[in-house]
Design a protein around this ligand. Structure first.
Ligand code: ATP
Length: 406
């Protein structure tokens, strides 16, 4: 996949930008707060239809433009996928009505035709590397679910839809549980929501389980190379509802025991999940919330049997993270037949010389990488000579150089 053209209007600090994007490597250089990350944020938005930086699309609209009665931020990309060129456009529209307050809406166009977010996801693929992504290993389970969701939503049709429906159903079910707990009522009302919840939930559990198996195979191979055969990486899926667990939900297995789940059909997962919900009924009502399901899933990252989230050294965590991210790239390539565009935000500064070289070697295998930096000296002179360079200042590209000899 190759991003060939990018155009931004009123997107954060970029009032107007319209550029051809060079390949295979682009270095985006600039001082702090000039707009380097914003460029990656805009491109990643096209792949995931959410920002990695903010919860609210409002913040993406340029401050000055947002004061107008009608403010529109626009990201438009042209890209090559397979043999064909496509165009993806996202418009974030804010109407500022004096009486009714601000209203935000979003329009998405794929090749000029309006599409829902679910339909648009998967057209353009990207993988993002951020220094703070060690959170995937060390942070809360939510960070690991996010990592999986972002990857799955881009390559598995139907995943994003199942996830967003699951979240909505979960909200409704929790509201009912709370109401039953506080005011009483007939618990049979829950059956309707249970059926909807387990249907979407089973799909998510099955997809996550398969993806983690596949990513683990790729990540372990990369990790073996990065650690020169010294460490063995494992990804251990611990679904909150586990089809492999007995009906009482108890599993007394060591963390590094491999559990096979691929033989469970969707309907087996649904039925088992439903039975567990029924068994937990009175607990859930008294606590006013859904206690099991994909919203509470976890996966742990182990090296030589040691849980890196709890006991990993800084170096071990960084190496495992690199293996995990590079595996995500290889996995997306395997699934879609396309290399995702790689977006790396200031990651090199965090790495020692060996890991830096490993990462740059890997980038050479992909089709297109965009890297931001405040300091070109972090890259070897030969890497810099082969890259195109944009210098960014205050939301403008102030200089643009093609690779030496191009
Ligand atoms: N909605 C917005 N409208 C206008 N400007 C914005 C908006 N949101 C953020 N900015 C500005 O954009 C700049 C931040 O850009 P960005 O984070 O891309 O910088 P950067 O070059 O990556 O910096 P660093 O090297 O510090 O990470 C800041 O000056 C910020 O105030």
């Amino acid at each position: 996949m190759i991003l060939t053209h990018l155009s931004l209007t009123n997107f954060r600090a970029f009032a107007r930008l319209d550029v051809d994007v060079p390949r295979p490597t682009l270095l985006i250089v600039g001082e702090n707060a000039q707009g380097k990350t914003t460029l990656l944020e805009a491109i990643y938005y096209l792949a995931t239809l959410t920002s990695f930086h903010t919860e609210s699309d409002r913040q993406l609209i340029n401050f000055l433009a947002a004061r107008e009665p009608l403010a529109v931020a626009r990201i438009v990309a042209e890209f090559i996928r397979g043999e064909h060129t496509h165009r993806l456009e996202v418009r974030l529209i804010q109407e500022n009505a004096a009486l009714n307050g601000n209203r935000m809406r979003r329009e998405i166009l794929v090749d000029g035709v309006k599409r829902t977010a679910r339909e648009a996801l998967g057209h353009f693929n990207a993988v993002l590397f951020l220094p703070q992504m060690t959170n995937i290993i060390e942070g809360a389970p939510e960070e690991r679910r996010r990592y999986l969701n972002m990857a799955l939503a881009q390559v598995m049709p139907g995943y994003a839809q199942a996830l967003s429906e699951y979240t909505q159903i979960l909200g409704q079910r929790n509201a009912l549980l709370k109401q039953l707990g506080e005011r009483g009522g007939d618990p049979a009302q829950l059956q309707y929501w249970d059926a909807l919840l387990v249907e979407r939930g089973a799909l998510i559990i099955q997809a996550r389980s398969k993806a983690l198996d596949e990513i683990e195979t790729l990540a372990a191979r990369i990790h073996d190379r990065l650690t020169h055969g010294q460490e063995v990486l494992h990804l251990v899926y611990r679904p909150a509802y586990d089809p492999a667990a007995p009906d009482n939900g108890q599993m007394a297995l060591r963390l590094d025991t491999a559990v096979k789940r691929e033989h469970f059909s969707l309907s087996q997962i649904q039925q088992g999940f439903l039975r567990r919900l029924e068994a937990l009924r009175s607990d859930e009502i008294s606590r006013g919330m859904t206690l099991i399901g994909p919203h509470r899933d976890e996966f742990r990252i182990l090296s030589n049997g040691i849980d890196l989230g709890d006991y990993g050294s800084r170096g071990q965590v960084r190496t495992a993270l690199m293996a995990l991210k590079l595996a995500e790239v290889a996995w997306m390539h395997q699934k879609s037949g396309e290399w995702p565009v790689l977006l790396l935000d200031e990651v090199l500064a965090e790495l020692d010389a060996q890991r830096r070289q490993d990462l740059l070697d890997f980038l050479a295998e992909g089709e297109q990488s965009l890297l931001t930096t405040t300091d070109l000296n972090l890259f070897s002179p030969s890497f810099v000579r082969r890259a195109a360079i944009w210098t960014i200042r205050a939301g403008c590209i102030v200089s643009s150089e093609l690779p030496a000899g191009a």
